[in-house]
Ligand binder design. Sequence first.
Ligand code: GSH
Length: 209
Amino acid sequence: MYKLFGEPGWGSALIEAQLQWYQLPFEFESVGDLFRSHGARERLTRVNPLAQIPTLVMPDGQVITESAAITLYLADITKSDELVPAADSPERCAFLRWLVFLIANIYPTFTYKDDPSRFVTDKSAQEDFSKNVGQYRSRLWKIVEEAVQTEQFPTNRSFSALDIYLCVMTRWQPGRDWFAQHCPAVYNIARRVDGHPKLMACWQHNFPE
Ligand SMILES: N[C@@H](CCC(=O)N[C@@H](CS)C(=O)NCC(=O)O)C(=O)O
């Protein structure tokens, strides 16, 4: 049995969707709001020193963090290429490029913007920092949009874990309305994945209407 430390709607949804997809048995442990509850952060630190979710404990007790590492590892152990294109697949190269783009460029904008006081002490500087990180994030999403429109992003051709990332991350700031207006191709993928029959239970848990 896997144990997924998470919080509905947060980054654990990326992994919950994949565990459900592969039908791997797991227990979900809600950690609480890491930004509001000191206790939540302290409890998670015992398993993941960075106190981030997703944090996954494997059936043999090993801990794995970092959603991209988990994504690749789950594909390895299930020996499935349904969510991660196989090493010799023509889509592998673009898959890896954009998976790492999402987690190495876009995901950290949340780390910085969700609580800027961790990085900038002065209150008014925090506001400026937060605004600039938000603008930078918009620029990053527009790069993804361009890649989807020009078919460099592999998701137009076949379903993969990238579709799950787009579906979940477009729920976060600046939110779906912004995507509908500024990144319509990304938005359309997210809407399509919202209705994927294999993922309905996960979306209901994480994003109840
Ligand atoms: N690189 C990590 C990022 C995970 C992450 O930033 N998760 C957020 C929740 S969506 C978090 O735990 N934030 C708490 C914090 O920033 O302290 C991954 O891809 O799993």
